[in-house]
Design a protein around this ligand. Structure first.
Ligand code: ATP
Ligand code: MG
Length: 137
């Protein structure tokens, strides 16, 4: 049993895709252990994506992530980290596998609809970034 952090980014929330996306996770056997809709700020989005601070796309990434509310979730299940990444598809929607969330919904490498943790250490850190232990059920 593993946990991972998923975010439905502002483009997914504003286009009413929350249900479609969560349904894909549930159908793949992942369970929603925690969930909330929040508005990120420049500070929270910048800290969350802090590892990318020196990258040329950092400013655009933060602007996009604070352009509207997001839904953050802790997903739980066997192989949750890899399973979520597979359901998401590649970062650039043009390269995302057919049938993946990004292939079906994402409009660009910035507005790419979902975030998912990329390993066990980041998953634990990212879940703790958004949820207290008593909020994960
Ligand atoms: P995420 O962390 O959002 O799940 P990811 O793990 O697939 O996406 P990362 O390399 O962690 O990709 O990049 C974080 C985000 O930064 C991406 O989702 C994308 O929106 C943006 N990004 C990454 N690489 C580029 C790039 N070369 N040009 C523009 N934006 C980029
Ligand atoms: Mg990433």
């Amino acid at each position: 049993m593993e946990r991972t952090l998923s975010i439905i980014k502002p483009d997914g929330v504003s286009r009413n895709l929350i249900g479609d996306i969560v349904s894909r996770f549930e159908k793949a056997g992942l369970r929603v252990a925690a969930m909330k809709k929040i508005q990120l700020t420049e500070k929270t989005a910048g800290d969350f994506y802090g590892v990318h601070r020196e990258r040329p796309f950092f400013k655009d990434l933060v602007s996009f992530m604070i352009s509207g509310p997001v839904v953050v979730m802790a997903l739980e299940g066997d192989n949750a980290i890899a399973k979520n990444r597979e359901l998401m598809g590649a970062t650039n929607p043009k390269e995302a596998a057919p049938g993946s969330i990004r292939a079906d919904f994402a409009e660009s490498i910035d507005a790419n609809t979902v975030h998912g943790s990329d390993g066990p250490d980041t998953a634990a850190e990212e879940i703790a970034f958004f949820f207290r232990p008593d909020e994960i059920l």
